[in-house]
Design a protein around this ligand. Structure first.
Ligand code: ADP
Length: 545
C-alpha cells in the first residue's frame, strides 16, 4: 500500500489509542491546566473549521506567537491537518525581524498569546496581518477591535464540519526560520513525511526511545524548531505531555519535573546549567526519580555538566545535535554498552560528543583536501543528507551556497568523525579561533572552563591579534559567592591544552549575551572585545591582558 506519512495519521493514532493520556500545561499565572489528547484533538479540529471559515486554504501559512501550552499543541495538530502550514514565530526575536519573517512567509493568520500582544503590536506597525487570533488567559476584552478571540472561535466552530484534507506526504506541514545569526533569516519548510519519520526516529531506542510509558516535558520552546519535534513524536507514540508555558527558570522547571513525574525532558545547555545549580543548591528538594533522560542539544553539552548530573543527582544526560534545517535531530550520543567498561573519564568524554547519525540520516566531513577519513582526528565541515534534511530554503532563497553539487547540506560545523561514526564538534566555522595559522576550538576551551567549580558559564571568542591573526578571549560568569582569578582559570586549563591554546585574556562578566534560543551570542562578544588585543595584523599591538 502506498500509505502517506502525514500528521493526520499521527492525530488519528492518538485519538484512537491514547484518548485518555494527559496533556498538562502551566498557565501564565502558574496554575495547571489538565486535559487529555481526546480533548486537545477535538479542539484542534474546531480550530481547523474556524480557520477555514477565515479563508485559510491549502498551503496557506498560519503563524503562532506563543509559549508552550495545549493551545499551541492544538495548532500543531490542526493546522497541518487542513493542508495549511504551521509557522512558529520565535517570540524572542526583534520586532523588525518578526515583521520581515511574517511578510516573507506571507502569514494569513497569527495565533498569539495575550501576553505577547505588545510584541505583536510593534510588528503590526510594520506589516499587515489579515487575521489576529488572541489566546487569552483572563476575561479582559481584546483591545484591537478587529482581533478575534481563540475560545470564541472554537466555541462557534461546528465540529462535524471538520474534514481531514487529502494530503500528499511531501506537502509542507510546518515552517521555521533560521535564527539569522548568519545573515537574513531564511524559511525552512518541513514536509509531513519529514516530521513523521523524525517522530518515528525519536521513538527509537538509540535515539530518545520515547514510548507510551513516558511523560515528556519539552523545555525547548514550541517556537524553536518545533520543540525538537517532541509535540509530534509524543502524540504519535502516546507519551503524556507537560507543557511549561512561559516559566522556564530552573526552579519552576524542577518543580514541574518532580510534580508531574516527568520521564523525558529536553533543552539547550544554558537551561541545564541553571537546573544543575538549582539541584546542587537544594539537595533532596526535588524528587526526580522518574526522570530517565535529559536530552541536551543546540550547543555543546560540557562533559563536566553531564558528569555533575550523573554523579551528584543520578540523572542521565543524552547529548544530541541538530539544526533548524534538519527538523532538527541528526545525531544522538547514546553510550554503547561495550563502552560501559571504560574508565569514567573516557565515558564522559564520549558522552560529550555529538553522537552517531540516526537511520536515514547520513554524514560526512569535508576538509581542504576533500572528504576526510573517519579517523577521529581530521577536521572537516560536516555535511549531511537524509529523510528530514531540507533540500532548499523557502522561495529558494540565497541558500545555494549551503548545498553541495551532489545535494548534501553544509552545516557550517567543523567536526571530527570517529571510526565508529561518532561526530565530535570542534566548533562552528565562524567561531573557530585561527592563531598563527593553527585552529583553536572555542567549544573545547569553554567546556573545560565550565568544568571549574567556580564557573557558571564561559564563552570563548576569537579576537583579532596583530601578530597571531586571532587569539582566544574567554568571558566568564562566576557562580554566586565564588571567586577565581584569570591566572587561576588559565592554570586550571593548562594541563588540558597546548599552552598556545590558553586564552590570553579571561574577563569576568555579569552575564553572557544569548541568542533567541538561549545559546551564547558570540557575535556580540566578538564585537565587544574586537580591540582587546590591539586589532588585526598590522595594527599597533595592545596589552593582551
Ligand atoms: P542557529 O544556526 O541560528 O544557531 P540552529 O538552532 O539551527 O540555529 O542551530 C544549529 C547549530 O547549533 C548547529 O549548526 C551547531 O553549530 C549548534 N549545535 C546544535 N546542537 C549542538 C550540539 N549538541 N553541540 C554543539 N553544537 C550544537
Amino acid at each position: 500500500m502506498d500509505f502517506p506519512l502525514t500528521i493526520p495519521a499521527i492525530v488519528r493514532r492518538a485519538e484512537t489509542l491514547f484518548p485518555h493520556t494527559g496533556v498538562v500545561s502551566r498557565r501564565a499565572d502558574r496554575s495547571l491546566d489538565r486535559r487529555t489528547y481526546a480533548d486537545v484533538i477535538a479542539r484542534s479540529r474546531r480550530l481547523v473549521v474556524a480557520l477555514r471559515d477565515l479563508g485559510v486554504g491549502r498551503g496557506d501559512r498560519v503563524a503562532t506567537l506563543a509559549w508552550t501550552h495545549h493551545r499551541h499543541l492544538e495548532a500543531y495538530l490542526g493546522v497541518p491537518s487542513m493542508g495549511a502550514v504551521l509557522h512558529t514565530l520565535n517570540l524572542r526575536l526583534h520586532p523588525d525581524d518578526l515583521a520581515y519573517i511574517i511578510s516573507d512567509a506571507d502569514d494569513r493568520v497569527v495565533l498569539v498569546d495575550e501576553s505577547l500582544l505588545p510584541l505583536l503590536d510593534k510588528v503590526r506597525a510594520q506589516v499587515a496581518i489579515p487575521h489576529v487570533v488572541v489566546m487569552r488567559t483572563g476575561s479582559m476584552p481584546i483591545a484591537g477591535a478587529s482581533d478575534l478571540d481563540y475560545e470564541t472561535l472554537l466555541a462557534a466552530a461546528e465540529p462535524t464540519r471538520f474534514v481531514e484534507a487529502a494530503l500528499d506526504e511531501s506537502d509542507a506541514a510546518a515552517m521555521c526560520y533560521t535564527s539569522g545569526t548568519t545573515g537574513r533569516p531564511k524559511g525552512v519548510l518541513y514536509s509531513h513525511r519529514a516530521i513523521v519519520l523524525h517522530s518515528m526516529a525519536e521513538g527509537m531506542a538509540d535515539c530518545i526511545g520515547l514510548s507510551r510509558n513516558d511523560t515528556v516535558l519539552p523545555i525547548v520552546p514550541m517556537f524553536h524548531v518545533n520543540a525538537w519535534g517532541l509535540p509530534y513524536s509524543a502524540t504519535l507514540l502516546g507519551c503524556a505531555q507537560v507543557l511549561p508555558g512561559p516559566h522556564l527558570d530552573a526552579k519552576s522547571i524542577a518543580e514541574l519535573l518532580a510534580g508531574e513525574k516527568v520521564t523525558v525532558t529536553a533543552g539547550v545547555p544554558t537551561i541545564w546549567m541553571a537546573l544543575l545549580a538549582e539541584l546542587d543548591a537544594n539537595p533532596g528538594a526535588y524528587d526526580l526519580r522518574a526522570l530517565r533522560t535529559l536530552a541536551i542539544g543546540g550547543s555543546a553539552a560540557p562533559a563536566a555538566m553531564i558528569r555533575g548530573f550523573q554523579e551528584r543527582h543520578n540523572l542521565r544526560v543524552l547529548h544530541a545535535w541538530g539544526m533548524t534545517e534538519t527538523t532538527p535531530i541528526g545525531t544522538v550520543c547514546n553510550l554503547p554498552a561495550a563502552m560501559g567498561e571504560l574508565p569514567l573519564d573516557e565515558q564522559y568524554r564520549y558522552r560529550a560528543m555529538q553522537g552517531t547519525p540516526l537511520p536515514f540520516f547520513e554524514i560526512r566531513a569535508r576538509g581542504e583536501e576533500g572528504i576526510v577519513p573517519w579517523d577521529g582526528r581530521t577536521l572537516g565541515e560536516l555535511e549531511v543528507r537524509g529523510a528530514w534534511v531540507a533540500a532548499q530554503y523557502y522561495h529558494g532563497e540565497a541558500g545555494d551556497s549551503r548545498f553541495t553539487d551532489d545535494g548534501w547540506f553544509k552545516t557550517g560545523d567543523i567536526v571530527r568523525i570517529t571510526p565508529a561514526g561518532c561526530v565530535e564538534l570542534a566548533d562552528r566555522t565562524k567561531d573557530l579561533v585561527k592563531s598563527g595559522g593553527e585552529w583553536i576550538s572555542s567549544v573545547a576551551l569553554e567546556n573545560a572552563l565550565m568544568g571549574h567549580p567556580a564557573v557558571a558559564e564561559a564563552a570563548v571568542v576569537a579576537v583579532p591579534h596583530p601578530k597571531w591573526d586571532e587569539r582566544p578571549l574567554a568571558a566568564v560568569v562566576l557562580k554566586p559567592g565564588q571567586t577565581a582569578t584569570a591566572d587561576e582559570l588559565r592554570a586550571y586549563l593548562a594541563p588540558q591544552f597546548a599552552s598556545w591554546w590558553l586564552p590570553d585574556t579571561v574577563t569576568f562578566v555579569a552575564a553572557i549575551p544569548k541568542t533567541s534560543a538561549g545559546k551564547f551570542l558570540k557575535s556580540a562578544l566578538r564585537e565587544q572585545y574586537r580591540g582587546a588585543y590591539g586589532g588585526a595584523p598590522g595594527a599597533v599591538a595592545g596589552s593582551g591582558g
